[in-house]
Ligand binder design. Structure first.
Ligand code: 2RA
Length: 329
């Protein structure tokens, strides 16, 4: 098993390495791949030193699996070249997500759709992943009519330069601006670029990816995505209207027994999910469960996950683990 991590020097890339280490992911050979300016850099994994190689060299090494986190244009150019030499690419960018010939996979929900000849597999957007992991078991039980979601997204979702902007602002130092405005002590209702319909691309990702992952175009989704000055993870206020009525205790029981989900719903003891406590955790946390008293069959909840973990690295590594477990890689 030869594994490549493409974009190994980035924020998600280093998280992928951490998750591979924690999960004791079994490989015989590891290739750390990055853009030309990082080639030759030495990185350490499990006490062993690795020299970062370029994309061309990595293709010539024909890895079995390549986990990509190198941005959309790199992925569009290079993923097909890896696929052509037989590599299975698991891609973190948005490049292939809505391509009808590519699977958009959250292992807990639809890994069973993967086939031996899938060569480019898309990892969904972070804010979508954490929402669908929680909603899927409830969808199977009650059927989902409509989702209204508002997000509170960590600066780590933008990358290292955004973290640097926020920390410089916090320290009162001159900051290199990644966002159009100050982010520390501020909130930006603007993630990714605005679309002609007035929504941002991030908002439309939540709409379109949710339908594709559930394999159900009838689920109605509307989103407002917001950047907040936090680092540990993304938070979401989710209002979901079901087709059937539900019992709140049953909802709690379903979520408490859902793999990958941790129920933190004890407001009397101030127990609810927060980015601070979700940080560096692979699971998705849900709490503040309460009936929407303004409308029948409708539930309010608060969902938090480390966007670099389940929202990116963990989900991608779990796809690779599924491929190995099912002898597909
Ligand atoms: C963000 N969704 O948080 C992005 C990262 N993929 O900006």
């Amino acid at each position: 098993m030869k594994l490549a991590v493409v974009g190994a020097t980035g924020l998600v890339g280093s998280e992928i390495l951490e998750v591979l280490d924690e999960h004791n992911f079994p490989f015989d050979e590891l290739l750390l791949v990055a853009s030309e300016r990082s080639v030759g850099k030495v990185m350490t994994f499990k006490g062993k030193e690795y020299k970062v190689i370029g994309l061309k060299q990595a293709v010539s090494e024909k890895p079995d699996v390549a986990i990509f986190s190198a941005g959309g244009s790199t992925s569009l150019e290079w993923a097909p070249q890896f696929a052509a030499v037989g590599t299975i690419v698991i891609d973190n960018s948005s490049a292939w997500r809505m391509d009808p010939t590519k699977k958009l996979v959250v292992p807990e929900i639809n890994a069973k759709d993967l086939r031996i000849d899938d060569r480019i597999i898309a990892n969904p957007n972070c804010s979508t992943i954490q929402m669908v992991v929680v909603l899927n078991p409830l969808r199977l039980k009650y059927g989902i009519k409509r989702i209204v979601v508002s997000t509170y997204q960590s600066v780590t979702g933008t990358g290292k330069a955004a973290v640097d902007q926020m920390m410089a602002e916090r320290a009162g130092e001159p900051a290199e601006m990644v966002y159009p405005y100050r982010i520390d002590m501020n909130v930006l209702p603007h993630i990714d670029v605005f679309q002609p319909n007035g929504y941002t691309k991030e908002e439309m990702k939540m709409v379109n990816e949710t339908k594709k992952i559930f394999g159900d175009q009838s689920v109605q989704v509307t989103a407002t995505t917001v950047r907040v000055p936090t680092m540990g993870g993304h938070s979401e206020s989710v209002n979901v209207e079901f087709h059937k009525d539900f019992d709140l205790d049953e909802v709690r029981e379903i979520l408490a027994n859902t793999p990958g989900v941790v129920l933190q719903d004890d407001p009397a003891n101030k127990i609810y999910p927060m980015p601070l406590t979700a940080h560096k955790r692979d699971e998705v946390f849900v709490g503040r469960l309460r009936r929407d008293e303004s409308q029948p069959n409708t539930l309010n909840m608060w969902i938090v996950a480390d966007n670099l973990r389940k929202g990116a690295a963990t989900n991608a590594v779990q796809i690779a683990e599924y491929l190995l477990e099912h002898s597909m890689a």
